[in-house]
Structures are given as C-alpha cells and as structure tokens.
Design a protein around this ligand. Structure first.
Ligand SMILES: Cc1cc2nc3c(=O)[nH]c(=O)nc-3n(C[C@H](O)[C@H](O)[C@H](O)COP(=O)(O)O)c2cc1C
Length: 345
C-alpha cells in the first residue's frame, strides 16, 4: 500500500491507543509483523508541548518509519501549528484524531466530538493539510462512523476530507455515542470505500486472523487496524499475516520466544520512561501478556499479583524470566504426559 511517498510493507496496522501504543510497543508490533503504526495522540495545546508526557510521545528514536503522529485538538490554527511542531520533530505522516470518545478530549470538542460539527472538522483538516503539504507530509484522518446512531456522517466527512487533501481514512465501526459498547459494524467502511479513491482502513473488534480476512473481504478496505487485540499479543500481526498469505493458522508462539520479546520490550520501556515510572507502567503490559498466553490455570492471576509488588527493573525482569521458564516447563510436562497417554492408548 502506498501512502504519499511511503510504500507500506503490508496492510496490518497498529491502532493508536493512548497509554498503550508507546514507542517501545509500536516497535515490537512492527518487529512482529505490523506494517504501520500511529503514535498515541499528542495534544495540539502549545502549553503542554513541553510536558514530559507530550515530549515522550514526540520522541521517535529508533522506530522504523514511516513515523506517523496523531494530533488532537479543536482549533484549526493550533492543529496546524501542532502538525508543524511534530514534523520538525520527525513526524513523516500526520494523523488527525476524530475517533477518540474520551471525555477529556470530547469536552474540549476534539476527538470524535469534531464529527458533530462538519464545518469545524473540515476547517481543521484544511489547516493541517496546508501546514503539512510544504514538507511533503501526508495527512490522514481517523474517525468513527458518526456522532450517534441518527447521525452517521462519516461518509460525508470522508468525501469532504478527501477533497481537502487527506490521503488515507481510518474508520472505527462505532459511533461516538456507543463508546466501546456493542459490536463494531463495517458496512459504513464498505460504503466509504466505494465512494472515495484514497485508501480506507477498517478498524474495530478485529481480534483473529479469520476476522481480519472477513473484514478485508466484506469491506474491500485497503488495510485493517488492530487495537485492543494486540494488547499483550503483539504477535497477532504475524499470525494474521501468515493466515492471509497461506490460509493456515499459526500455532501460539513458543514461550522461549515470548520470553525474549518480553525482556526486549521491558528494556526498551525502561529506557523511555526511566526505572521508577517504567516499572510501574510496564505492569499493565505484563498483565495483558499473561492473559494472552496459554498458561496453567490460575498462573496469570498469581503472576499479576507478584508483578504488582515489585518496584525495581531487575526484580521485574527476573520475575518475567522465572515465570516464563516455569510456564514453559509446565507446558512441556503437560504435553509429555498427553503424548504418553496417547501412546499408551
Ligand atoms: C486504551 C485505548 C486508548 C485509545 N487511544 C486512542 C488515541 O489516542 N487515538 C485514537 O484515535 N484512538 C484511540 N483509541 C481507539 C483505538 O485506536 C481503536 O479505534 C479502538 O480501540 C477500536 O479498535 P479495536 O477494537 O481494535 O480496539 C484508543 C482505544 C483504547 C482501548
């Protein structure tokens, strides 16, 4: 897939998730088969640009390109400045957030709240495109299907955004009103895909290789974007890639392999956040990993409560090493026992 001057290696994208898809996690997803990732949203408010949180989000050192940065805000001039600010700091693609339903964003009339006011929404798109174009930086837009069930205006916004110069659209198949309730629908994505010429990305509730194939087939979308299903399971991208290429389902990854990925993830995480914050913010990732792995009964809960008591990087790393080794031997024993019974039968 082509996005401006960039040829993406595949059509499997990591969704931006604030507090989750930071640079270390995006790098791991890309290593495990994702073709593209968008940063967590960065505020357009200039007074917050130098905050630790925002400057960490604007640091892309070592991430394989293209570097896509998502900006969120309510004011066209501020959004244009935010685009320029991030381009100066290495953004190669600017994504506009019109998808986030969080109160913090919506109360300021940003995120998916922008879909309520099409004139404002397109004004922002035009300003950001005008700011990015002199640098040759493509602008993309991520939105929901509309504000509420009665106002599913994503197709209208898609057409206007395309006319304003947006080069790719991502659609999460829920309205703003739905939050994360109910199931995502992809008919609106299919409809948008049939109306615009720019690439369209389908997003929402894709959590298996089979669903990925079905959504691609049903919508005709150019790519799919995966969010929550990648939490604790970044190898989902290689599973989907393999399934789309061969029709075969990959077995779950080997725990020795997972151990190496987790330890690399943690080292990268501590490097970005420092030990104090890093150890604490890594806990949620470790909890998700434990839930995603095929572990002995009760092992995930024991692991999570142990991880939550540890406060240093060496202790956290040791706990991960020991736990993964113990789970690997438990699984090996179980399969040896099963093989033994199979042979005996
Ligand atoms: C914890 C969390 C944080 C999110 N943060 C963002 C964000 O910063 N920007 C954005 O456009 N969407 C954000 N989203 C929405 C996701 O990008 C995605 O559209 C949504 O989760 C649906 O996809 P999924 O079903 O694959 O998770 C967030 C979602 C979650 C769960």
């Amino acid at each position: 897939m082509q996005l401006g001057p960039y040829t993406l290696p595949n059509a499997l994208f990591v969704a931006p998730m604030a507090g989750v898809t930071d640079r270390p996690f995006r790098k791991l997803c890309k290593r495990l088969g994702a073709g593209y990732a968008v940063s967590e949203m960065v505020t357009s408010r200039p007074d917050l640009q130098d905050s630790l949180k925002t400057s960490r989000r604007a640091d892309h050192a070592g991430e394989p390109g293209p570097i896509a940065v998502q900006i969120a805000g309510t004011d066209a001039a501020m959004m244009a400045d935010a685009a320029r600010y991030n381009i100066e700091r290495g953004a190669q693609i600017i994504d506009i957030n019109m998808g986030c339903p969080a109160k913090k964003v919506c109360n300021q009339w940003a995120g998916s709240a922008l879909m309520q006011d099409e004139t404002l929404a397109i004004g922002i798109v035009e300003a950001v495109v005008a700011a990015a174009a002199p640098h040759g930086v493509p602008v993309t837009l991520k939105m929901r299907t509309g504000w509420c069930a009665e106002v599913r205006n994503a197709p209208a916004i898609a057409l206007a955004a395309e006319a304003a110069g947006v080069q790719m659209l991502t659609v999460h198949g829920r309205t703003r009103e739905q939050g994360y309730q109910g199931l995502a629908e992809h008919e609106t994505v299919a409809h948008i895909k049939s109306r615009v010429k720019i690439p369209v990305v389908a997003n929402g509730d894709i959590s298996s290789p089979q669903q990925a194939r079905d959504v691609l087939q049903r919508t005709g979308a150019d790519a799919i974007m995966i969010g929550r299903a990648a939490q604790g399971r970044p190898w989902i991208f290689r599973e989907i890639g393999h399934f789309l290429a061969t029709g075969e389902v990959l077995p779950p990854p080997d725990l020795a392999e997972v151990k190496a990925w987790l330890l690399d993830h943690l080292e990268d995480h501590y490097n970005l956040y420092g030990e104090y914050t890093g150890v604490r913010s890594a806990r949620k990732h470790l909890g998700w990993y434990a839930l995603a792995l095929p572990l002995p009964l009760g092992a995930a809960a024991v692991f999570r409560s142990r991880i939550n008591t540890l406060t240093t990087a060496p202790a956290q790393l040791d706990c991960v090493r020991e736990s993964l080794d113990a789970w690997a031997s438990a699984l090996e024993e179980k399969s040896t026992r099963e093989d033994h019974w199979k042979l005996a039968a």
